[in-house]
Design a protein around this ligand. Structure first.
Ligand SMILES: [Zn+2]
Ligand SMILES: [Zn+2]
Length: 311
């Protein structure tokens, strides 16, 4: 039996060539209602446009997972996708890296020295590759599992030599840029693999596909909770209340509050002070659309941060 979440999740980027996508229409509607976040919405539309163009060219991934092997991997908490499984085209990745930086700059969300450093990295023949692999392998879980042998290929990649030293970039900026640049490849890969793989035996708080942290969640009509990966948008069922960042299950230590329209909720943990947003599918009129809902919840992020929590 395949994994079949009760709440369908709109997979926006898989329909290239159909004109304006539903998510862009939703974003434009959101901009009319919330002019105060118009700039964030326009940035999102520009990013979606770039991602769709590249994603249309990403080939089908070739990942075959024997169900028994997969169950053992799940028992060990090992995510399925190794770096080599991602259908990555370095020319397209370079293009994503450069053009995403251009978009961030256009919207004043990247500092000038960082932008200059990124130009150097994207023009250098071999500066980007080790950064991407390091980023992929550094997901929350990967450093702590004993799956090192699975990832020998990463260890074998040499860091940049002194002759092509990578100029320093603010770590958060670099993280965001790599995440956005890898999105078309990782999402395409996850979308295909998720359709034919059973993740129902996965109990970890990190993504069963790529090992990434959750970025969002969905409450299903049956009051189950699905977590959505920040890197590949893969989704998996998780404890309805436990904090996915520190494992706290004491509900008196979880603060929860909803947006005014009741569409979204925040679950904030008073132990590790991190929070996760949720789309409440129990009363929803449409499926979750990550590209829309992550932006529509910016005011909720602000409210959570005001109370001292971090995302
Ligand atoms: Zn993932
Ligand atoms: Zn916590």
């Amino acid at each position: 039996m395949g994994y079949n979440p009760a709440v369908p999740i709109e997979r926006p980027t898989q329909r290239p060539g159909r004109g304006e996508s539903r998510e862009i229409a939703e974003l434009k509607r959101l901009r009319e209602d919330h002019p105060e976040i118009a700039s964030a919405i326009d940035l999102q539309i520009a990013l979606i446009d770039l991602q769709r163009r590249v994603q249309a060219r990403v080939p089908m991934p070739w990942v075959e997972a024997d169900p028994e092997w997969l169950k053992r991997q799940h028992a060990l908490g090992r995510p399925l996708l190794g770096f080599k499984d991602i259908p990555l085209d370095w020319t397209d990745l370079r293009l994503m890296f450069r053009q995403t930086a251009d978009i961030l700059r256009r919207f004043d969300t990247i500092a000038d020295p960082d932008y200059a450093a990124i130009q150097v990295i994207s023009r250098s023949g071999n500066a980007l590759e080790p950064l991407v692999i390091k980023w992929y392998e550094s997901a929350a879980c990967r450093g702590t599992t004993d799956a090192a042998s699975q990832h020998e290929e990463a260890a074998a990649v040499p860091g940049p030599s002194a002759s092509d030293a990578v100029p320093p970039v603010d770590p958060d900026t670099l993280e965001q840029l790599l995440l956005l640049s890898m999105k078309p490849f990782l999402e395409r890969c996850a979308e295909v693999v998720q359709q034919r793989t059973d993740f129902s035996t996965w109990t970890q708080a990190y993504c069963p596909l790529c090992g990434g942290e959750p970025e969002f969640s969905v409450i299903t009509p049956a009051a189950e909770r699905l977590l959505i990966c920040s890197r590949c948008a893969g989704r998996w069922r998780f404890h309805p209340l436990a904090c996915p960042f520190c494992g706290n299950t004491d509900r008196t230590q979880i603060t929860s509050f909803a947006s005014r329209d009741g569409r979204y909720r925040i679950y904030a943990c008073n132990v590790c002070m991190r929070y996760l947003k949720a789309y409440d599918g129990r009363s929803a009129t449409r499926p979750l659309m990550m590209a829309v809902d992550t932006v529509a919840t910016l005011p909720l992020d602000a409210a959570a941060m005001q109370r001292g929590y971090r995302g």
